[in-house]
Design a binder for this molecule. Structure first.
Ligand SMILES: [Zn+2]
Length: 391
């Protein structure tokens, strides 16, 4: 590597050794740090600004579900506007697992997963033999008890800043919204055009103001068709136009940030390990949580060591397999708050490459997806942080 190339290696990738997990850089360069840095940029006292964001009166954060840094980098023709912004930008690490519920919670609270406690797509409800699906939620689980910390929207509002969310009507009253993004003035918008118009008019109403705009269909297209498909590229072009229109419509002086909650990889059929058809992955297991690229494995009482040994041996060539205590010690989730460790699997399995631990019987829908995410590879972890001043 020449000196010139070394200078352009994005900071989030700098310390990743070949074969080692791309551990999130909590406190420096993750989505949680974006949450606090946005507040700091609006002048909220006591909020750290590790990203060094510039002071502004109006901030618009556009979150594109599933727009990984490497995917954006590989598709300049489909996304000319975003790619131009990426030339002078650097990626963040999402956090573990690299999944929507966890990442939106990290942005929404400014806390790492180990502190906000939304630790995956499906995690065990402590004291119950059941999983909480963080996207569908469960009426028996109170979202505010599950995630009691004040959100960035609540903290903004307490500092006199208008706190706005713009997203589909369907996401307004979800458990995840109540847990990790409560306190915002929710403006429903159910199309690309409505996202632009609604965000622009909401931000024009007053200052200072913070608006988070969320778009989910790029991720959906990647799951259904693959993130290396023609369908994904065409969908990315719509996303590019969304961002460009938003940049043009926002009130003068607004800073537009564009980020994502995670990247994605396409998982070939031959690289799918089916936990539902492998007895060695079932012995001693009470619940299989997480998702195919970020598994939380909950053991029966007394069986954790045996489950760890069996999973580590079976998946030695495909996954990083680690026990709960080691994962916490290695910083996979950031510092873990009191009482939250029980939500983490006794064993965690995260693919090293484009493979997955599916469960075709118990999770037929998730197991059939083409594009997947969650792990600690750079394809899952790295997300853009693009900046554009309007007006
Ligand atoms: Zn997804």
């Amino acid at each position: 590597m020449t000196t010139g190339e070394a200078a352009t290696v994005p900071a989030a990738q700098r310390d990743v050794q070949p074969g080692a997990p791309a551990l999130p850089r909590y406190g420096e360069l993750t989505l949680a740090d974006l949450g606090t840095s946005l507040l700091a940029s609006l002048g909220v006292p006591g909020e750290p600004n590790p990203l060094g964001l510039h002071l502004a009166d109006r901030v618009c954060l556009l979150v594109i579900d599933g727009l990984g840094w490497e995917l954006l980098r590989d598709h300049p023709a489909a996304a000319p506007f975003l790619s131009e912004l990426a030339v002078t930008a650097a990626p963040l690490t999402a956090g573990f697992p690299a999944t929507t519920a966890t990442s939106l919670s990290s942005i929404g609270t400014g806390l790492p997963p180990g502190q906000h406690g939304v630790l995956g797509y499906q995690v065990r409800i402590p004291g119950h033999a059941a999983l909480l699906n963080a996207l569908r939620w469960d009426r028996a689980v109170d979202p505010v008890s599950w995630q009691p910390a004040a959100t960035i929207f609540e903290r903004a509002a307490a500092a006199g800043i208008a706190a706005i969310r713009v997203a589909r009507t369907a996401f307004r009253d979800t458990g995840l919204s109540a847990a990790s993004m409560r306190g915002a003035d929710y403006r429903p918008a159910d199309s690309l055009g409505a996202l632009v118009a609604t965000a622009a008019s909401a931000l024009a109403e007053r200052a200072p103001a913070l608006a988070m705009v969320y778009y989910g269909e790029l991720d959906g297209t990647g799951h259904a068709c693959g993130c290396r498909s023609a369908a994904w590229r065409y969908q990315l072009a719509h996303v590019d136009r969304l961002a460009e229109q938003l940049a043009g419509a926002l009130p003068g002086g607004t800073v537009l940030y564009v980020t994502a909650d995670h990247g994605m990889v396409d998982v070939p059929q031959r690289d799918r390990i089916d936990a539902d058809r492998m007895p060695q992955l079932q012995a001693g297991v009470s619940l299989l949580g997480g998702e195919p690229r970020a598994r939380h494995v909950y053991a029966r009482p007394g069986a954790a060591a045996d489950v760890l040994a069996a999973w580590a041996e079976t998946l030695a060539d495909t996954c990083w397999v680690i026990g709960r205590d080691q994962a916490i010690a290695d910083g996979w989730f950031g510092p873990v708050g009191d009482g939250l460790a029980d939500r983490i699997g006794d064993v965690i399995a995260a693919p090293r490459g484009p493979s997955a631990v599916v469960a075709t019987v118990t999770e037929p829908r998730e197991s059939a997806l083409i594009g997947m995410h969650g792990s600690l590879t750079t394809a899952d972890q790295l997300v853009p942080l693009l900046v554009r001043w309007s007006g």
